[in-house]
Design a protein around this ligand. Structure first.
Ligand code: FE2
Ligand code: FE2
Length: 186
């Protein structure tokens, strides 16, 4: 069994991810990646791309506050975190040495992960993009509360290590050719 050349653990331990994923919460990122793995396996979508896009989907978050308090209503309407996130994730992935084709697919899935974003109007999503949006939605709570439930970084990394091994195993069993996977598919 061979791990992908960029692992989920190596992404979360990077200073860019640590700084920005903390804002939306490590728990939400990890849970979305776990859901994405299950959905990707079920739908025959690449688990490597799905878990990375889901882990990084909210890396574009900023502290959206009014009078020192999280302002969900304004955030929900005006925020552009899918755009910032796609850019940040792409930079992080290419810095880590991710295959450029994979980095592009992951960045696009992050760009289109929010159904309420005007970017998504009249858009036909790919299976990967749809799946990342769903993995995010499954964990959603009213008023953005899913961003406020915390787990420690150690717990997050333990769970990602398990997921990295599952992805490696899935890629071993996958028989499609795809970029540098040797096997795998979008
Ligand atoms: Fe989001
Ligand atoms: Fe999210």
């Amino acid at each position: 069994m061979k791990l992908p050349r960029v692992t989920l653990v190596s992404l979360l331990t990077d200073s860019i991810a640590l700084k920005h994923l903390r804002v939306a919460g490590f728990r939400h990122a990890v849970v979305a990646a776990e859901y994405a793995y299950d959905l990707a396996k079920e739908r025959n979508v690449c688990t490597d791309l799905a878990t990375k896009a889901a882990l990084l989907h909210d890396i574009g978050h900023t502290s959206w506050e009014k009078h020192g308090k999280w302002d969900f209503e304004s955030y929900d309407y005006f925020d552009i975190h899918p755009i910032k996130g796609a850019e940040r994730a792409h930079e992080l992935l290419t810095l880590k040495g991710e295959h450029l084709g994979k980095a592009r697919e992951i960045a696009l899935a992050i760009l289109f992960h929010s159904g309420s974003s005007p970017i998504n109007t009249n858009l036909k999503l790919t299976p990967l993009q749809e799946l990342v949006m769903e993995a995010d939605d499954i964990d959603e709570l009213d008023d953005g509360e899913h961003h406020n439930i915390e787990i420690s970084l150690d717990d997050a990394l333990d769970r990602l290590e398990i997921l990295d091994n599952k992805v490696a195993k899935h890629l071993d069993d996958c028989n499609k050719e795809c970029w540098d996977c040797r096997k795998g598919q979008v």
